[in-house]
Design a protein around this ligand. Structure first.
Ligand code: X8Z
Ligand code: ZN
Length: 618
């Protein structure tokens, strides 16, 4: 998740063709009539009306938005058990923003102006629709429910990130638990770490059920049937269309996933000394709390970044990511990024906690950009650092005179997630690493193992994101999933899509989906990430072949200004661009898993050979 990216509503619009909305001025005023007559009423100039309204609205919006961001920032970086002052301040700031965006006066005015759509500029229409979309998250007509939602969201955040995880009798961080899951070979210890990571779930159950009701009720105020539909509408899609799209993506990658799944079952059974190869993967065997990334299973000789990064340190990773963006022609990060961000884990003994998940913030919709991370020097954080800076550079690039405040968001939410992940992929390829002397270019490295490691990251993610997460949240928000079926449904989906089962029975006293932060604080949007991977491979395919003329599996973007220009062109218009048109214009293709499937094709043959004679269970 990146925080606070403004939503986008679709509207056919020509980006970069903002017409001036000023009315032609008459050269000489007409002579005054000799005698008072019934004056014909001048026809309303709707462009002028819209321009004036948007100017006022945007100014006020930006101000309230900044105050809300500041309060949220504090609530996510200084969590003190039992201290309610942050929560109260955040609720106040969010209520003020909500009261403004959802005010009946504003909504009526927006509707009135949009009633004259054909007389307005496309850019105006797009801004007005965005404002109306924002209004649906907090309509004044549902004022009490909005207040309750705001309060419940702040409380849920505090519970989630204020939680103390315990492993082997000691308080630990999620970074600690992740390390155990990546490195520990003893299955009993793995099981203990996995269970420890799920301990927060039950504490979030009442809050999540409450939030479902409130989120649904709030958007129903402006006519959306449920919260999932509301979020999908940001892409100009219905809930059904979104589900069809993610199911299709999942199907296209399923044959490869099936091979990876079979391969992993046999390899892990060997690794953990299991007498029998299980039909489904026990969740605690995998190097990630949700089984969404298995890349730590493979160590490619000569390309293992962990020891190199450990020597360089956490700070180096963030600086290195900045250097990479700068090498493409992006500017240095503003000084305040470094002074105001919260980039590293809290010191041991800190009396407060912080949000343990990475995010990027556009605090004032202007130059105040920050990231909230807990960077440690390892491959996972190296990629995440590139991911977050992708959001930051997107913010900075669409903060320009051609993009009004209300449209400072991604072409769609998935684009926003794609940029930095693309850079994360680029920053792990061998020619890139060799160019920076991080690895020895003369060392032979195994290409198949490299591709396998990448597949265990990018391909393995798809059934989790487009399958488990999206299906569960669709059921939760739109199908009113029963309160006594929440965990059962989660594991049913994990088995069906990921081929993963819980190590021991996980009854309804647990709430394993709620251990995924997005379920609580980035609701009904996780397909963004599945779509972002699809888009990133489309962009990478184009960049490799058309700009760099390099094999997509072995590229070096570093220092290439043309690549930078290509990315900046995508970022520049922000949400004033039509995301479909933009993709077609930039890659010549519609949204499709074609490039991603192509990229991993060479791996199919290898895996089929490895899996010969093995039992497939998916
Ligand atoms: O949540 C994120 C980002 C948020 S800005 C770090 N990601 C997903 C996740 O961690 O579940 C990035 C990829 C998947
Ligand atoms: Zn992100």
């Amino acid at each position: 998740m990146h925080k606070h990216v403004l939503p986008l509503l679709t509207a056919a619009l020509l980006a970069g063709c903002a017409q001036k909305a000023t009315a032609p001025t008459a050269a000489t005023p007409p002579p005054a009539p000799a005698e008072p007559a019934t004056q014909p009423v001048a026809p309303t100039n709707w462009r002028n009306e819209a321009e004036e309204f948007l100017k006022d609205y945007s100014g006020k919006y930006q101000q309230l938005y900044t105050q809300s961001s500041e309060a949220e920032w504090r609530s996510n970086t200084h969590i003190v058990a039992g201290d309610s002052s942050n929560a109260a301040a955040t609720a106040r700031a969010n209520e003020a923003l909500a009261a403004f965006t959802g005010s009946t006066v504003n909504i009526e005015r927006l509707r009135q102006l949009l009633g004259h759509e054909s007389e307005l500029t496309p850019l105006q229409v797009k801004q007005l629709k965005t404002a109306l979309y924002n209004a649906a998250a907090s309509p004044q007509t549902a004022g009490d429910v909005v207040k309750l939602r705001i309060k419940a969201e702040t409380q849920q955040t505090e519970k989630l990130y204020g939680f103390t995880y315990k492993y082997q009798g000691k308080a630990v961080t999620t970074n600690d638990l992740d390390r155990v899951l990546r490195e520990e070979k003893n299955p009993q210890k793995r099981l203990a770490a996995w269970e420890a990571s799920k301990a927060v779930g039950p504490t979030l159950k009442d809050g999540l059920l409450n939030l479902r009701a409130l989120r649904n009720k709030v958007v129903q105020g402006l006519g959306y049937p449920d919260y999932f539909t509301y979020q999908a509408s940001d892409y100009g899609m219905t809930r059904q269309e979104m589900m069809e799209l993610v199911r299709k993506i999942n199907q296209e990658l399923r044959p490869l996933y099936r091979e990876l799944h079979t391969y992993a079952r046999y390899e892990l059974a060997k690794k953990y000394g299991a007498k029998q190869v299980p039909d489904y993967l026990p969740a605690h065997w995998l190097p990630n709390r949700w089984g969404q990334d298995w890349s730590a299973l493979v160590d490619v000789k000569g390309l293992n970044l962990d020891p190199i990064l450990a020597k360089k340190g956490a700070e180096w990773q963030v600086k290195q990511a900045e250097r990479f963006y700068q090498s493409l022609g992006f500017p240095a990060l503003p000084e305040t990024f470094w002074t105001k961000s919260s980039l590293y884990p809290l010191p041991t003994g800190a009396t407060y906690k912080k949000n343990n998940h990475a995010s990027a913030w556009h605090m004032d919709l202007d130059q105040d950009v920050r990231s909230l991370m807990s960077v440690e020097p390892n491959t996972e954080w190296y990629e995440t650092t590139h991911h977050e800076l992708g959001h930051i550079y997107y913010y900075l690039t669409y903060t320009n005179p051609d993009v009004p405040v209300l449209l400072r968001g991604g072409a769609n939410r998935a684009y926003h997630e794609a940029m930095g992940s693309l850079m994360g992929l680029a920053a792990t390829q061998k020619p890139f690493l060799a160019g920076l002397s991080l690895v020895d270019p003369k060392t032979q490295t195994n290409q198949t193992q490299t591709l396998l490691k990448e597949a265990l990251n990018y391909v393995v993610f798809i059934p989790f994101a487009s399958g488990v997460m999206s299906e569960w949240e669709n059921n939760f928000y739109a199908d009113d999933l029963a309160a006594d079926q929440l965990n059962a449904r989660w594991w049913q989906l994990a088995k069906e899509y990921q081929g993963i089962v819980p190590p021991t029975a996980r009854g309804e006293q647990y709430l394993d989906p709620a251990t995924k932060t997005h379920i609580n604080d980035d609701p009904a949007q996780y397909y963004d990430y599945a779509l972002s991977y699809v888009i990133l491979f489309q962009l990478h395919d184009h960049i490799s072949k058309q700009i760099l003329h390099q094999d997509p599996h072995a590229t070096n973007y570093y220092g290439n200004k043309e690549v930078g220009q290509f990315l900046r062109d995508i970022m520049y218009p922000g949400a004033s661009a039509d995301w479909r048109a933009l993709l077609r214009e930039k890659t010549g293709e519609d949204l499709s898993a074609r490039a991603m499937v192509d990229y991993f094709k060479p791996l199919m043959t290898y895996l089929q050979q490895q899996n010969k004679g093995r039992k497939y269970t998916m």
